[in-house]
Design a protein around this ligand. Structure first.
Ligand SMILES: [Zn+2]
Length: 213
């Protein structure tokens, strides 16, 4: 239904991406603006479905990969809006990770180490520097580490720091000095995890070949 007028939407109002464009981003019944977030999430869903199939073919891992992307999309937007990550979504990632342990080629202990790898590092860091990371971020990276395994979760964290760092630098440059506000790190962690899931293994093989290993 439309969150503004409560009108029950028809099939034609809910065609992914198309309806938003055809309706020019406005509710057909009350004319209220429909957030561009709807088509954006729909586009992301499509991209993730194609990438999952492209990288993992027709397999159980493909379903897991797509499901993880979908959950992380919710995590990223909710964390961006509220600066919190709901525990329910972290549990969802944890369940996907537990299934991934059995489906993935890597041995189970690599996933188990992955659970602690970045999460413990973040925990220690946030004990040393208060507010370095939120509790939700740490729990999220534990669950994602179980899914990815320890090598890939390091790559995910590296990508998150890189993108987050660039974003933070731009934010600082644009704002006057002295004004300090927190940015939620969750969306960057999600970007890192999704990147690692698709290209982490390829990137690692490439990097090791550069080192001659
Ligand atoms: Zn409406």
């Amino acid at each position: 239904m439309c969150p503004n007028c409560g009108h029950i939407l028809s099939f034609f109002d809910m065609m992914p991406i198309l309806s938003w464009g055809l309706l020019c981003g406005k509710c057909r019944y009350c004319g209220a603006k429909i957030s561009a977030r709807y088509p954006l999430v729909e586009v992301l869903g499509g991209i993730f479905a194609v990438l999952s199939l492209r990288f993992y073919g027709i397999s159980i891992y493909t379903i897991l990969a797509f499901a993880l992307c979908s959950v992380l999309t919710c995590v990223a937007f909710i964390d961006h809006d509220t600066m919190t990550i709901p525990d329910g979504l972290i549990v969802a990632v944890l369940i996907l990770g537990a299934v991934a342990v059995f489906v993935d080629d890597a041995p189970w202990y690599e996933h188990l180490i992955g659970f602690f790898m970045i999460s413990v590092f973040m925990l220690v860091l946030s004990l040393a520097i208060p507010q370095a990371f939120g509790g939700g971020d740490i729990k999220l990276m534990a669950a994602c580490g179980l899914f990815l395994g320890w090598k890939n979760v390091i790559f995910a964290f590296f990508v998150a720091i890189l993108i987050g760092g660039i974003f933070a630098a731009f934010k600082v440059l644009r704002k006057e000095k002295g004004k300090k506000d927190l940015i939620s790190f969750g969306p960057f962690l999600c970007m890192g995890v999704v990147t690692a899931m698709f290209v982490g293994k390829i990137a690692l093989v490439y990097y090791l070949s550069l080192l001659g290993i």
